[in-house]
Design a protein around this ligand. Structure first.
Ligand SMILES: O=c1ccn([C@@H]2O[C@H](COP(=O)(O)OP(=O)(O)O[C@H]3O[C@H](CO)[C@@H](O)[C@H](O)[C@H]3O)[C@@H](O)[C@H]2O)c(=O)[nH]1
Ligand SMILES: [Mn+2]
Length: 735
């Protein structure tokens, strides 16, 4: 460390225009208060018509207003980080750098194709970081020979790929992304080497895909590698011994690439599974990885990745280290979270999969309050902290240099010695899954874990550089997106309902702002109640001619008009500033409605049942492949309704119901021939119902006009038609 003047490795800047924003938010909040005042002040008296409808509306509006306040926590104090990577490399030599262990999780070779997983693995093996400090672990919860075979193939290909990347300064270190980028742009590099590496990749791809298609691996590979023998005692993916294979031992001087340079360590792990032992899904896999890696490479920094999230920036480790290695400011930083970015989202993001606003606004807001949540992937952790280390003021981290090369064991010995760490009884009577490692029992194991780390006093950092650090796959059908959101919102509500939630609030180890930020996410699913009410009752009342909002001439009309327009104009501007399109915003509103009325509803019910211990946590893996037909629709941004799920019944019923109400109103107007009177009396109800009809246009097409496989299944069409008709008629006749 040459100079004596302290030069920080990173800086934190506050967002511009905060005062202006707070003023705006303050004004909007005043408007909300007026709306509440109107509702409270005009509750129909006991015995009068529409009293309960009105009270329900009051409840919904109280909730929406309160929720809006929560969302302000995520916007109040946004910060942005910038780093000085060159200072880091000047200050620390190769020897002083910490070891980095990279965990990639996969769970099912049918919905997570091995070739995709291998591209992720190869992209991180090719990081610009000293190979002997880098180790890559693949956890395979599917315990699949195919995945193992693919990894074996990838380990061979890595010997060519890594030197190629370094020699030609390849930007995209996932081979698939690299070759795809070449076909888009004109390549100016060395064509001979390119042709060679491409051929090698294609051969590997071919072998892996053929094996995947046939569902079995070639006989010769089977005989050639001792590793496959570990499957001899395997009976099913839910019942097998621990399988560990150190495919490349980075510490072995003979483990080199074709240029003779060292390679990173590469390990395959399928932890032991037994039907009678809960395996705790991804959290269980991660904890097994933490233990196994501690015995093999024991890197002090851990990068966790989903199997579809390949690295898009070969210097990303350096970015993260800037936050961990600053002499003055790093001591309390537990993890560095990067955003998830997706390579498969379309221009107008039909299913809102790219999460533009959370990643470009909200997490910056959380960062300003003490740190973002941990989102399970694209995140660097300190090993100690992940293993439960408590925060103490003034604690220092030693970047210990381990050189236990002397007396090193053989690979086989090491594997045998490590196996028990991944057995399913290892955790019995330990703090694993509780105070140590990732927490169990929650559908968003990542978020609870991050929260508990922050509650110990640690901070986290959100780093969102221009060049995306990781790229993955977003859901490509509506059903997938809704299922994913169900898991997320259910897990979040579990956090809120857990017995520690109140304790957290009282102990106040994390700032009030951050608490509110968490509650905002944690109560996603609670939104279902107010949203369902708001998308059903005002429309039914419109049909019946019951007015629920102030008339245009009424002064109380103003706060409604102002709040609604300000909120939506702001949300549109925010979305556009995050790089979205107008149509993208509109799609986002639709998916927002669908999520809130279906995913969140099921999540809400399930989370409550789970808290009462009636059911267990599950984890439905998001498919990363879709059939040709569906992916074509996705590319063309045509919505996909082709699945028979109860979620679709709900959204279709709601769409149908609003259509009936709107149509009923139009009929009335035609018969009465008094358009203005109705608009004067019920402007907001007409607007609401009209907006609901407008936003559901693609769904009506799916219900009535489309003939392709992405149309709504006819059983759902019939069901939703009957249900909506029933709701409308019973409301008009009975109420
Ligand atoms: O039993 C399991 C189930 C899943 N996974 C892996 O977990 C990752 C995430 O699963 P995915 O189906 O892609 O879920 P997503 O909703 O896309 O994942 C987000 O949400 C999860 C929590 O719900 C987090 O764990 C993830 O990191 C985060 O990206 C994948 O790599 C899976 O292979 C396992 O290893 N074991
Ligand atoms: Mn995923």
């Amino acid at each position: 460390m040459g100079s004596d003047k302290y030069m920080p490795l990173f800086e934190t800047k506050r967002a511009k225009g905060r005062v202006l924003y707070r003023l705006f938010a303050g004004t909007l909040f005043t408007g909300i208060c007026f709306i509440w005042a109107y509702r409270v002040g005009n509750i129909p008296k006991r015995g009068e018509d529409g009293r309960w409808v009105w009270i329900g509306l009051l409840g919904a509006e109280l909730w929406f207003g309160f929720y809006w306040v929560l969302t302000q926590a995520l916007r109040w104090n946004r910060v942005y980080r910038c780093i000085f990577k060159d200072r880091l490399s000047q200050r620390y030599g190769e020897e002083d750098l910490p070891g980095v262990d990279i965990f990639v999780c996969t769970a099912d070779s049918t919905v997570e194709p091995p070739i995709m997983v291998m591209n992720t693995v190869l992209s991180v093996m090719a990081y610009d970081y000293p190979a002997k400090k880098l180790s890559v672990y693949l956890s395979d919860d599917g315990g699949s020979k195919l995945t193992f075979y693919a990894l074996l193939e990838a380990s061979k290909f890595a010997r060519h790929w890594i030197p190629y990347c370094k020699k030609f300064k390849v930007e995209h270190r996932s081979p698939a992304a690299y070759f795809a980028s070449l076909s888009k742009s004109n390549h100016h590099g060395d064509t001979r080497n390119l042709a060679d590496i491409k051929k090698l990749y294609e051969e590997m791809e071919d072998r892996i895909e053929t094996a995947t298609k046939l569902g079995r691996i070639p006989e010769e590979a089977y005989l050639k590698h001792r590793g496959f023998s570990q499957w001899d005692s395997y009976s099913s993916r839910h019942d097998h011994d621990t399988i560990i294979q150190i495919l490349i031992d980075g510490k072995d001087p003979n483990a080199t690439d074709v240029d003779g340079c060292a390679l990173p360590t590469l390990v395959y792990l399928a932890r032991e599974k037994r039907p009678q032992h809960p395996h705790h899904f991804k959290a269980g896999a991660m904890n097994a990885l933490i233990r196994v890696s501690s015995n093999i490479s024991n890197g002090q920094i851990i990068l966790t990745l989903d199997c579809d999230m390949y690295s898009n920036n070969s210097l990303c480790i350096w970015d993260a280290l800037c936050f961990f290695m600053d002499i003055e400011k790093s001591h309390d930083i537990a993890f560095v979270q990067f955003p998830q970015a997706f390579e498969n989202t379309t221009k107008n993001d039909t299913y809102g999969g790219s999460l533009l606003v959370p990643y470009n606004v909200e997490l910056h807001g959380m960062d300003g309050l003490g740190g973002p949540l941990y989102i399970g992937t694209c995140c660097f952790h300190r090993r100690d902290v992940l293993c439960g280390r408590k925060f103490t003021k003034g604690c220092k981290f030693q970047w210990k240099i381990d050189d236990d090369n002397k007396g090193r064991k053989s690979i086989q010995e090491l594997e045998e010695e490590t196996k028990p760490l991944a057995s399913c009884t290892y955790e019995q009577n330990t703090e694993w899954g509780n105070e140590m490692g990732l927490k169990y029992g929650c559908a968003v194991e990542d978020v609870v874990t991050g929260l508990s780390i922050q509650c110990k006093g640690w901070k986290s950092v959100y780093f969102n550089p221009e060049k995306k650090a990781f790229l993955g796959v977003a859901p490509t059908t509506l059903a997938q997106a809704l299922v994913q959101h169900k898991r997320w919102s259910e897990g979040h509500l579990q956090i809120l309902l857990s017995k520690h939630s109140l304790e957290r609030f009282v102990q106040a180890k994390i700032s009030l702002g951050l608490q509110l930020g968490y509650i905002c996410y944690n109560s996603w699913s609670v939104n279902c109640l107010a949203t369902l009410y708001y998308s059903i009752i005002p429309s039914l009342c419109l049909l019946k001619g019951i007015s629920l909002y102030p008339q245009v001439s009424d002064p109380w009309f103003m706060p409604f008009a102002c709040v609604i327009s300000a909120k939506y104009i702001y949300s549109l501007i925010e979305f556009l500033c995050c790089g979205g399109t107008i149509l993208g915003w509109w799609n986002e509103q639709r998916i927002w409605l669908y999520k809130r009325t279906s995913s969140y509803l099921f999540a809400f019910i399930d989370a409550i049942l789970k808290t009462l211990a009636f059911t267990n946590v599950t984890f439905l893996i998001t498919p990363k492949v879709t059939d040709e037909d569906a992916s074509q629709r996705y590319e063309k941004e045509i919505m996909d309704f082709g699945a028979s799920t109860p979620m679709f019944t709900i959204i279709a019923t709601l769409a149908m119901l609003n259509f009936f109400c709107f149509a009923g109103m139009v009929m009335k107007v035609i018969m009465d021939a008094n358009v203005f009177k109705l608009f004067e009396e019920m402007p907001l109800q007409i607007l609401l119902c009209g907006a609901l009809v407008l936003i559901n246009l693609p769904l009506y097409q799916g219900l009535f006009l489309r003939k392709d496989k992405g149309k709504v299944p006819s059983s759902i069409t019939v069901k939703s038609f009957v249900l909506a008709l029933l709701a409308c008629s019973s409301f008009t006749f009975l109420y």
